[in-house]
Design a protein around this ligand. Structure first.
Ligand SMILES: [Zn+2]
Length: 327
């Protein structure tokens, strides 16, 4: 079923780019246009705290069904295993993870306890990674990918960053990088706060804001990749196991496809040569493309603007709460 669609999507994309495809940088091994838009989806912070709209089980069902209906055959779920074992909802968390795996998705390392590299030594950080590996490795759906919590690679501390990079290499762990981000966690958190405060939410507008921002961010990343790499890698979108994400994941999958994106597996995304490329940017937080663009001296904007919390919050207040801006 997915094959038929993929071919259709690919033809659509080829047709739409036929006029302006730049073939000068083609790698030569196929006639595939250089700027075909492909994307994979990832979900962080499993198990995540309960949200404002769904139970943990309802959220899992929404996510799985939305992905299935949206023909997303394989997403990756980045786990924090210490949060499973020490939690009173352990059994539900385990059942949820089993359900993600049964639905065809894969599991990877987000540190055991969602720790921030800037807050600790390289040794402490690697110990936490090892604890997560111990839990994850026996699973059939395990993949050797590690994603830094908060996308924090130690900020300005290059020596620490390089120690961790060397430690990951020694463990044959690959960089579970992100190239597309639109702060779904922030949209979810703003919605959560509004529900708690007893405010009325325009749920249709909430879905539109979530979907529109993520499609825009994907296109922003596509443009940034073409400028920085002069080719289109498979993009990797960062999402979370959050209520708003689960509620609108099907709408997002449909909107991406309508916009010319082909949604592919996490395995295909991380087969890209980008997985071996380490950014040198001293700040080292943000998506991999943003860091590589900075390394290469690509002119701003290198940052998708709605990832600035103030901008997203203003849009949320205006569109979802229909509140006047207080600026
Ligand atoms: Zn995280």
């Amino acid at each position: 079923m997915i094959k038929g669609f993929s071919l259709f999507a690919a033809l659509m994309v080829m047709t739409s780019f036929a006029v302006n495809t730049n073939i000068s940088g083609n790698d030569g091994h196929s006639n595939t246009p250089h700027d075909v838009k492909k994307i994979a989806l990832s979900f962080d912070d499993i198990p995540r705290h309960k949200g404002a709209f769904l139970t943990r089980i309802e959220r899992r069902e929404k996510l799985i069904n939305g992905l299935q209906e949206g023909e997303v055959d394989q997403a990756v779920f980045f786990l924090n295993p210490a949060r499973i074992d020490k939690d009173e909802f352990k059994e539900i968390h385990l059942a949820n993870i089993d359900a993600y795996v049964d639905a065809g998705h894969v599991l990877a390392n987000h540190t055991a306890d969602h720790v921030r590299l800037s807050d600790m030594s390289a040794e402490e950080f690697l110990t936490d990674i090892d604890a997560a590996e111990k839990w994850l490795k026996p699973k059939a759906a395990y993949r050797p990918w590690m994603r830094h919590p908060y996308l924090d690679e130690g900020k300005g501390d290059k020596a620490k960053r390089d120690k961790v990079r060397a430690g990951l290499k020694q463990r044959t762990l690959l960089n579970g990088y992100v190239t597309v981000d639109s702060s779904d966690w922030l949209i979810d958190s703003l919605a959560h706060d509004a529900v708690r405060a007893g405010k009325a939410l325009d749920m249709k507008a909430l879905g539109n804001l979530f979907v529109e921002s993520h499609v825009q961010s994907a296109n922003f990343a596509h443009g940034l990749a073409m400028k920085t790499l002069e080719r289109a890698p498979v993009q990797m979108m960062l999402l979370h196991e959050a209520d708003v994400t689960a509620l609108y994941i099907l709408d997002l999958a449909k909107a991406l496809k309508a916009d010319g994106w082909e949604i592919v597996s996490a395995d295909e995304a991380y087969a890209d040569p980008l997985i071996e490329i380490q950014a040198q940017n001293a700040y080292a937080a943000g998506t991999l493309l943003e860091m590589l663009a900075s390394d290469k001296g690509i002119a701003a904007p290198r940052w998708y603007e709605r990832n600035t919390p103030k901008i997203m919050k203003k849009l949320f207040n205006e569109r979802v709460l229909h509140e006047e801006s207080k600026e």
